[in-house]
Design a protein around this ligand. Structure first.
Ligand SMILES: [Fe+2]
Length: 225
């Protein structure tokens, strides 16, 4: 069950309209590494998760990501302000097609798609995707932060970066908990599961010993058919 509270998770303040930045920030609203992708990914994974503690974590973080989506949405609305000839030129998709509100599109105007959601039904593989999702979100937010000039927007993005860092650390902690579950079971217990194939050779070839998976042995040739 979901309920909505008419307060934001964090204050959303802007000094004035900045449609150009709104058209960049929309990347984290409807882009592949944005808040809609994160919330739907974690909530979807929670449905099939058989580990009660991990399921609870996915539900909590998925719900928080919906609150992030709300924050980004509100920030975009405020940054767009009242439409003018200039603002339509600076953020044409959001002004012409969206009428001044946040849309589920990325910064190029491409629509959000469920293809952005990574969920394969394996708790270990899913959690690895979740760590990657948080770090990719942080990377995009850092680029936005570097380009932001409005103090309120910088403060909001800084908060969101901190929360994605918290989530990444929590998902990494969850990975430690599920080390013997799912695809981690019997990992590497067969011959070819523990061999490094040195297939890219030439003048700049690095020492195969860096990646040799069985210390003391020589890297083997690929299996012949
Ligand atoms: Fe988020």
């Amino acid at each position: 069950m979901f309920k909505h509270e008419k307060t934001f998770l964090y204050p959303v303040r802007v000094s004035g309209p900045d449609p150009t930045f709104a058209a960049m920030l929309i990347e984290q609203h409807g882009g592949p590494n944005g808040e809609l992708s994160a919330s739907t990914q974690y909530l979807n994974q929670a449905v099939g998760c058989k580990d009660p503690a991990v399921k609870d974590l996915l539900l909590d973080i998925g719900t928080e990501e919906l609150s992030h989506l709300e924050l980004v949405s509100e920030a975009i609305k405020l940054l767009l302000g009242d439409p003018t000839i200039d603002s339509i030129n600076q953020a044409p998709t959001l002004e012409l097609a969206g009428g001044g509100g946040a849309m589920y599109v990325n910064s190029s105007g491409h629509t959000w798609t469920a293809d952005f959601v990574s969920s394969v039904g394996d708790v270990v593989a899913n959690l690895h995707s979740d760590v990657a999702a948080e770090l990719k979100a942080k990377a995009v937010y850092q680029r936005l932060y570097q380009r932001a000039t409005d103090p309120g927007i910088r403060d909001l993005i800084d908060f969101l970066i901190c929360r994605e860092e918290a989530h990444a650390q929590l998902f990494m902690r969850a990975l430690e908990k599920v080390q013997n579950q799912g695809t981690m079971q019997n990992l590497g217990d067969k011959l070819y599961s523990n061999q490094y194939l040195d297939l890219s050779t030439g003048v700049d070839n690095q020492s195969p010993s860096i990646w040799n998976m069985q210390p003391g042995s020589t890297p083997v040739a690929p299996p012949s058919h």
